[in-house]
Design a protein around this ligand. Structure first.
Ligand SMILES: *Cc1c(COP(=O)(O)O)cnc(C)c1O
Length: 217
């Protein structure tokens, strides 16, 4: 697959859902990928990337930022409070706000830094004990709490359980966002982004389908 193939599939999925493809942002998930592959995608003109570790991103993106304008970087992995400042300095959006303590830390740092990335609240949509994300029944209260802290919460994010049909989870996340007045939905990965678009995804996070398999060592 290439970037162009993924774009075509996004456009087709949008057409089937009678949606404007302009309303769907493709986040190219570059975690663990060799710089040469990331650079090739930058050379094709793509600027929106996702990383799941602050430290890895700190090592990779300042260098690319010197050579490529208009980068739009999204943190899609778990965020520890002690890395919040670094994350806020590097990323344009954070998709993994998932607990009150982190919300308070980000609110304090936003005052100090005079800026804050766009925030997505991660929801534990499949009620998986080991998974990150705020419990489904705590989402509405947490959105309120974040608004009370003046945080720029823009949307919700989820990762459905691997073995489930993702569609009902995507639909539930869309309903949660709608009832909370949030219009961005970060959902859908290489294996299920078309189903996510059918359910209203505004941000799809696609890694291996663009870059090839990740070679963990
Ligand atoms: C790695 C990752 C992705 C991309 O996964 P692929 O299956 O390679 O598309 C998307 N979202 C999150 C949160 C990830 O950690």
């Amino acid at each position: 697959m290439s970037l162009a193939d993924i774009r075509t599939r996004i456009n087709d999925a949008a057409a089937r859902a009678r949606r404007d493809p302009e309303g769907i942002t493709l986040i190219a998930v570059s975690k663990v990928q060799p710089d040469a592959r990331v650079e090739a995608v930058l050379q094709e003109g793509h600027r929106v990337f996702g990383e799941n570790r602050v430290q890895e991103a700190q090592g990779k993106w300042p260098g690319f930022a010197e050579r490529f304008d208009g980068l739009d970087l999204h943190l899609i992995g778990a965020l520890q409070s002690n890395k919040a400042r670094a994350a806020m300095e590097l990323f344009d959006a954070i998709h993994t706000l998932d607990r009150p303590k982190l919300a308070r830390t980000i609110a304090r740092l936003a005052q100090e830094l005079g800026q804050c990335p766009d925030l997505f609240i991660q929801v534990d949509i499949g009620d998986e004990d080991q998974k990150a994300g705020i419990a489904r029944d705590a989402v509405d209260g947490f959105v309120e709490e974040c608004r009370g802290l003046d945080l720029p919460v823009r949307g919700l994010m989820c990762i459905p359980p691997v073995h489930d049909d993702p569609a009902p989870h995507f639909e539930e996340l869309a309903a949660m966002a709608a009832r909370n007045g949030l219009d961005r939905l970060s959902m859908g990965m290489s294996g299920d982004f078309e189903a996510a678009i059918a359910a209203g995804a505004t941000h799809v996070r696609v890694g291996s389908a663009i870059f090839g398999p990740r070679a963990y060592d």
